[in-house]
Design a protein around this ligand. Sequence first.
Ligand code: SAJ
Length: 414
Amino acid sequence: MLTSCGTPVIGLGYIGLPTAAFIASKGIKVIGVDVNERYVEQINKGEVPFYEPDFEASLTGVVHKGLLVAQTETPHADAYIVAVPTPFNDDYSVDTKFIEAAAQQIARELKGGELVVLESTSPPGTTEKMAEFILQQRTDLTATDGRPNSVYFAHAPERVLPGRIMVEMAENDRVIGGLTPVGGEMARDLYATFSNGELLITDARTAELAKLTENSFRDVNIAFANELSIICDKLGIDVWELIELANHHPRVNILQPGPGVGGHCIAVDPWFIVAAAPEEARLIRWAREVNDSKPRYVIGKVLTKAAKFKAPVIAALGIAFKADIDDLRESPSLEIVRELAIELPAASIRVVEPNVASLPERLGGLANVQQQDLDTAIDAADIVLLLVDHSPFKRVDRGRLEEKVVIDMKGVWR
Ligand code: SAJ
């Protein structure tokens, strides 16, 4: 199945790069393809572009052994794995420009007999569209099983959890949806060379919806927890204790509330279902709206507490989208800090984010926002706003918070 030149993994982002490194760690030669030249150079030096536990050793190891080589050109190969971003448009429909760009590169190289696997999270029908796009460029090829000039397509959605990518890459079961039966079988054979998980074969559209369903399930459950937290605030009940108690029931497993839902997965993917079936996806849409409105609720809480200070000093702990990572994509905490800085011009906001070296552009130009270390920020603060449950925050001595107004959105200091 695999060519001697290596399997191209196209798109070397948060998922594509760990995927490429993981496959290479199995002794399989991988060509990492990305349009960003600087990124390609960095990877070829074994430099890790983002933090992910256990990833650095894995990446540097495979680069130094020559098992992973990054380049900007897509080579010919027997099998391609596409892991490019799938952002959404204003109406929440998918923007396939990155898939199309990858498909265009692949189309030029095809001879017949190859497999193209789409890993990017996509709405139902996207793998089919990718195939159509390739076949429009290459009218000499077909996607019909068994012909000498056939190209085969499949969708194998990634399901790894940021923060546990290297573990889950090896262990997670994989849903593999063939556009045709042979496409599914070929993709199964490819994934069997590096995955320890069960390989579950289906059709491409079901695989696409399965991935969206997993993330929507989590989104709806987090929305339930977030709604509970607002109900509990109103009723003067500790939501964390409430959830802990309810979860003792053998068939109840409520997730945790927080400042909102971030990241480029759970905050995005349910919208693809809503866009595909707008009338029918009522609960899924509503959950998105509940979670998206949580940052505004947090801002309201802070504004109420800040009203008693002329020029409040606010220690904002955490701007990453979740605990112990450096990823700021779609982060509700980051937006909360930004909005507070704009709405409270007299306030001084001290951002504590141990996982990033400097504040992102989104907070740039806000004169009343600065990055500080944990101790300095807490000592100076009138209000301590905990937004992310990063490990160092859990170790803060509670005694130091006694004189402060504490708003703990993750229940860390209960
Ligand atoms: N969150 C809560 N409460 C919780 C759990 C999470 O507020 O109880 C928040 C987090 O703080 C974060 C957001 O939800 O802002 C998403 O975090 P997450 O850890 O739930 O998920 P992601 O986005 O890091 O990864 C998800 C995973 N999907 C599922 O668990 C169903 C992962 O397996 C997927 O591969 C990934 O999306 C993806 O790439 O789609």
